[in-house]
Ligand binder design. Structure first.
Ligand SMILES: Cc1ncc(C[n+]2csc(CCOP(=O)(O)OP(=O)(O)O)c2C)c(N)n1
Ligand code: SF4
Length: 475
């Protein structure tokens, strides 16, 4: 009689559909890589602890980038180093879920160090699996913070020199000093004993999270034969002889028996509470919602672009405030280079009468180009039939496309004529509202008067709004 049936754990997908053809039963990891072993330990734990259905697996950038093709759980890909932040959001908004943050050493101990330490210090309810392979594997073997002293990498061709590049960072030791974490252990996936211990540690961490105790951190020393340019057996030996010497394989903290479950995260403040904290009455709406206006409002996806200092970002936020007052859904996404004043800046703005899928406006139906680089950069991405509003005071050329509507407004001159050159953003905004007749200019004036304090500034801006409106009327 067959007693044991060997099968793939349900924590893995039955088929790995990374590639549409070819083997759908193998991973992309190099032979001898530790990632595969660690994935298997996690996949088995998901099945045995019966948590597969409510686990969210966060994989950031690194060789584990395709983990979502293998691990049968909810999967989220985060940006490089940002898994701790994403994990925080996930576990707080889904307090009954198990959140596993699976990160390489470049990811966790370099670009994501700050977030990692603070998530640990807050005791976020998540399990971090930290794969320490002493190198940036995915990008071809650059030095990581955990690279060993003397180790040759593509960025330390003479070997890591602590006088130049510092010493390898011991993350478990650092995190073990913090109060909040429940369980911190370093393991190593080299021989069968090491793998058994890794299995135990990962299960303990996940069980602890299942029991609501908070933050666990398991560091796994893991071979990267390709990045280290070694054979698999030599890589395993190097982990044992070199890495384990500097990174002791041991437990640094285990409060699992004594730590009571953490209280569930408090619900976010209600809108009544926010209104109270802000000292508002709740009646601040400037306009009554108009069902007909909402019903007929065509979605506006704008890019407002210009030099830093021209107020393009503020034009976007003002437009959003105007939209919010009309009960529209709005969002605003700024984008600017390091040199804010004088550099280029632009913002993405969406106004819609239904929910907004993405704040990114890659195909705007309105472009406000306040300088030439903005027109050059964004003219082509405006959707056919869209509108391009150009600051003709400083943009000498015309719009090249003939499948969009173009409007040329001397924004800088109109602002200057009213004695406030830097308010060309108000000209741009007024021109857009006045020309499209989406909202009334009075609404913009009332909003301005309600939100800005300096009387002189309000007066000048109101004059600019009126002058621009007049300019559009006379066109
Ligand atoms: C913001 C950002 N910076 C840099 C990169 C390039 N990048 C991709 S993977 C990687 C290194 C990953 O190394 P590690 O976290 O150690 O994981 P491993 O590949 O070794 O498993 C880098 C630097 C990126 N994708 N995003
Ligand atoms: S480069 Fe290294 S970490 Fe990446 S898959 Fe290959 S062996 Fe694994």
């Amino acid at each position: 009689m067959v007693k044991d049936v060997l099968k793939k754990p349900t924590g893995f997908y039955e088929k790995f559909e990374r590639k549409p053809t070819g083997s759908q039963y193998t991973t992309h990891y190099c032979p001898g890589c530790g990632h595969g072993k660690i994935h298997k330990i996690i996949a088995e734990a998901l099945e045995d602890l019966e948590i597969g259905d409510n686990t969210i697996f966060v994989s950031p950038v690194g060789c584990s980038v395709f983990a979502y093709y293998y691990i049968n759980a909810g999967n989220i890909q985060s940006a490089h180093g940002r898994a701790a932040a994403v994990g925080t959001g996930l576990s707080r908004s889904n307090p009954d879920s198990i959140v596993i943050s699976y990160q390489g050493d470049g990811d966790l101990a370099a670009i994501g160090t700050g977030e990692t330490i603070h998530a640990a210090n807050r005791g976020e309810n998540m399990t971090v699996i930290f794969v320490n392979n002493a190198i940036y594997g995915m990008t071809g073997g650059q030095m990581a913070p955990t690279t060993m002293e003397g180790q040759i990498t593509t960025t330390t061709p003479r070997g890591r020199d602590p006088d130049d590049q510092g010493y390898p960072i011991r993350m478990c030791e650092m995190i073990g000093t913090l109060e909040a974490p429940v369980f911190v252990e370093r393991v190593s996936v080299t021989d069968s004993k090491g793998i058994r211990n890794a299995r135990k540690a990962i299960r303990k961490a996940l069980q602890s999270q299942k029991d609501g105790q908070g933050y666990s951190f398991v560091e796994v020393l893991s071979p990267c034969p390709v990045g280290w340019k070694m054979s698999s057996p030599d890589a395993v030996k190097w982990v044992k002889d070199v890495m384990e010497e500097y990174f002791p394989v041991e437990n640094f903290k285990d409060l699992i028996k004594e730590r009571p479950p953490k209280p569930k995260p408090k619900p976010l403040a209600s809108s009544d509470e926010i209104i109270k904290v802000l000292g508002l009455t709740g009646e601040e709406k400037l306009f009554d919602a108009d069902p007909e206006f909402l019903e007929n409002f065509p979605e506006q996806r704008l890019r407002i672009a210009g030099f830093g200092g021209q107020g393009v970002l503020m034009a976007g936020t003002t437009l959003c405030m105007l939209g919010m007052n009309k009960d529209l859904s709005t969002c605003w996404l700024p984008s600017y280079g390091p040199a804010i004043r004088g550099g280029t800046a632009n913002c993405h703005v969406v106004l819609s009468n239904s929910s907004i899928g993405s704040p990114v406006v890659d195909k705007p139906n309105v472009l406000i180009a306040m300088n030439l680089p903005s027109l050059d950069s964004f003219e082509d991405i405006v959707t056919p039939g869209g509108l391009i509003i150009v600051n003709s005071s400083i943009v000498e050329r015309k719009v090249k496309r003939d499948d969009v509507e173009s409007l040329y407004i001397p924004m800088t001159r109109i602002a200057e004529d009213q004695g406030l050159r830097r308010a060309s953003n108000m000209v741009a905004l007024t021109a857009y509202i006045s020309y499209t007749k989406l909202m009334s200019i009075d609404e913009l004036i009332i909003l301005f008067e309600a939100n800005f304090k300096k009387k002189e500034l309000i007066r000048k801006n109101v004059e600019i709004i009126r002058a621009t409106h007049q300019y559009i009327q006379n066109m």
